[in-house]
Design a protein around this ligand. Structure first.
Ligand code: GCB
Length: 599
């Protein structure tokens, strides 16, 4: 029942209406997985507590057993269907549920979805009556296995079963983004894809529209500029609109056209209408250059996380506004959605502010050579029939398709990252990844594709980089290796980078960073001090500036963030330029001096 290929985000238009279902839901953990057989969806949950949506559930109670819980989790609420929605097609839409969910409307199971960071929906028209209340029940599950993306494993310990995983951020879970009821006409626009270009001062918007229940109806498109002036029109499900005196979308300049897609009958009555924002821009890799609108682009910014105290991985407009203000303050022009697809609102915000995005799937931790930080063997073979196998690859392929389906029309997205730091120096890795690059290129022939390479597979050893258009490297010279010895780190890093540069592809340094406890100072270069973080970044910048093929630097991380506990982490990962509550460390000012020529 998994959907995930075509799905438009709910929208209010002249023919469509939405109702957001955020707020307090009933909530119950179900450690024995008894609720499904007992039919908990058939009535009020047996002993519920309150839970906020959107939010990670983990930090909202005072109970350690809740924080570390894994297994079945029930969410429920009732909602009155708007009385004006008679004769409409009514859809129940989840922007995400981490890491999987099955949903009922009253007693009817309507949809199941695997993957914690992409949307899913069900047509519930036949199960609801406008004006009446319905009960919505979601059985969410946050268990990670070798067949989930990201992967994990449940192990027996003296204290019982424990969830283990190989990514360095806390396994926050729950309903992290908005839930919607949405009404559309039966005859409707189902999907819109735009591909943009320009030649001289004439822009082009090639569009493809999918429709449903549309026999005898015609697709019309109208393109308006930011002032609302109509600049081009088209008819038919596919077409190319030409835009005179084009105003391009560009880094730092989030200019939009509005593409209105209409479904009209033979008397020109508009039966459905959908609005797609369009930023006209091009992306191209040429030699070692990364070009946006034909101009060389240098990525300045961060790997980030959706991570805040209290709400965990939930989307919060206030926090997004603050984070983007800080990106602007520091002079960042880009970030990577490390290590999962972020909320669609974040991408909209990036589009509007001209921030460039490397968009990543949730495939993180496919590497048994890594621990909760960077080192530590895990006692498993990464790719094998019992561990990460063909079924995992199917789930991974679907995650790539769903990411691209969701984000294909965002001008801010310029590069797909199909995995972070997987094992990539073995034959198993090469076999696993080769077809996944094809999946990404088939889903989007217009953007470059890459994956993020780990230090354990240095130049010469990596067998997956051959498939990538752009080399993305995470390196911790001066932190995990040559700790405290920046001089040796600089020599080793320069040497390795020269090897990668010989590949003739652009290189983005997608991670470099040093844990730093805000307020910890040192006269001499001591790891964990604010001064060492600044020196560490300076050393890295000397290495990058000396290498022509480097087209970007993303510091790890924008802000401190929550992780599992362990000897490598003190109250989380402290590599932020900002603290978890967004206070600047000395490094933030140093980065601002480098990135903002005007500051
Ligand atoms: C990495 C990972 C990132 C970690 C980081 C670290 O290579 O990609 O998820 O948080 O290192 O700080 O160890």
């Amino acid at each position: 029942m998994t959907k995930g290929t075509t799905m438009l985000r709910p929208q209010d238009t002249a023919t469509r209406e939405t109702k957001r279902l955020d707020g307090i839901w009933s909530f119950q953990l179900d450690g024995d997985s008894a609720g499904r057989d007992a039919g908990w969806f058939g009535g009020p949950l047996p002993s519920p507590r309150d839970m906020a949506v959107p939010a990670s559930f983990n930090d909202l109670t005072a109970d350690a057993a809740v924080r570390d819980y894994f297994g079945d989790i029930w969410y429920q609420r009732t909602v009155r269907v708007p009385r004006g929605w008679a004769d409409q097609r009514i859809v129940l839409h989840f922007e995400s549920a981490t890491h999987r969910a099955t949903v009922w409307v009253d007693d009817h199971e309507v949809v199941s979805h695997e993957g914690g960071y992409t949307p899913f929906e069900a047509d519930v028209t036949e199960f609801v009556s406008p004006g009446d209340e319905v009960r919505i029940t979601a059985l969410v599950n946050n268990t990670l296995s070798f067949q989930s993306i990201p992967p994990g494993v449940i192990e027996d310990t003296a204290a019982g079963k424990a969830q283990r995983y190989w990514h360095d951020f806390f396994n926050f879970a729950g309903i992290h983004r908005s839930v919607w009821l949405a009404a559309t006409p039966q005859a409707r626009v189902e999907d819109v894809t735009v591909v943009t270009g320009f030649s001289g001062d004439v822009g082009s918007v090639d569009y493809t529209v999918e429709t449903a229940d549309s026999d005898g109806l015609e697709v019309r498109t109208l393109l308006r500029d930011a002032t609302g002036r109509e600049v081009a029109t088209g008819t038919g499900a596919t077409g190319s609109l030409s835009v005179a005196d084009v105003h391009l979308w560009a880094p730092g300049h989030g200019y939009f056209y509005d593409l209105e897609v209409q479904l009209v009958d033979d008397t020109s009555v508009v039966l459905d209408t959908y609005h797609q924002s369009v930023g006209i821009r091009t992306v191209e890799v040429r030699g070692t250059e990364f070009l946006i609108n034909g101009d060389p682009f240098y990525f300045k910014g961060f790997g980030m996380h959706e991570d805040h105290s209290t709400i965990g991985k939930a989307h919060s407009p206030a926090h997004v506004v603050q984070d983007f203000e800080l990106l602007d303050w520091i002079g960042a022009n880009s970030f990577r959605t490390s290590h999962y697809p972020y909320s669609e609102d974040v991408l909209d915000h990036a589009d509007r502010h001209g921030i460039v995005i490397i968009d990543e799937t949730a495939a993180v931790g496919l590497n048994m050579g890594l621990g909760g930080g960077i080192f530590g063997g895990q006692g498993y073979t990464t790719f094998s029939p019992e561990t990460i196998n063909e079924s995992t690859r199917e789930v991974h392929a679907q995650a790539i398709r769903e990411l691209i389906t969701r984000d294909k029309n965002h001008p801010s997205v310029v590069l797909w990252s199909i995995a972070n730091e997987p094992e990539s120096d073995t034959e198993g890795a090469e076999d696993y990844f080769r077809p996944l690059f094809d999946v990404a290129r088939e889903a989007d022939p217009t953007r470059p594709v890459g994956f993020v390479n780990v230090m354990l597979a240095p130049h010469g050893a990596c067998r997956v980089s051959q498939f990538a258009d752009v080399l993305m490297l995470n390196r911790y010279y001066g932190w995990y290796v040559h700790t405290g010895d920046l001089a040796s780190a600089e020599v080793a890093w320069t040497e390795e980078l020269a090897g990668w540069a010989s590949e003739g592809k652009p290189i983005v340094i997608t991670e470099y960073g040093a844990d730093t406890l805000a307020g910890n100072h040192s006269l001499t270069p001591q790891p964990w001090s604010e001064e060492y973080q600044v020196d560490y970044l300076d050393m890295n910048h000397r290495v990058f500036d000396a290498c022509e093929a480097v087209v970007g630097e993303h510091v790890w991380n924008f802000a401190d963030f929550a992780t599992t506990s362990g000897i490598m982490r003190v109250d989380g990962n402290k590599k932020g330029a900002f603290t978890r509550d967004r206070k600047p460390k000395a490094a933030a000012f140093a980065l601002r001096r480098r990135w903002r020529k005007d500051a």
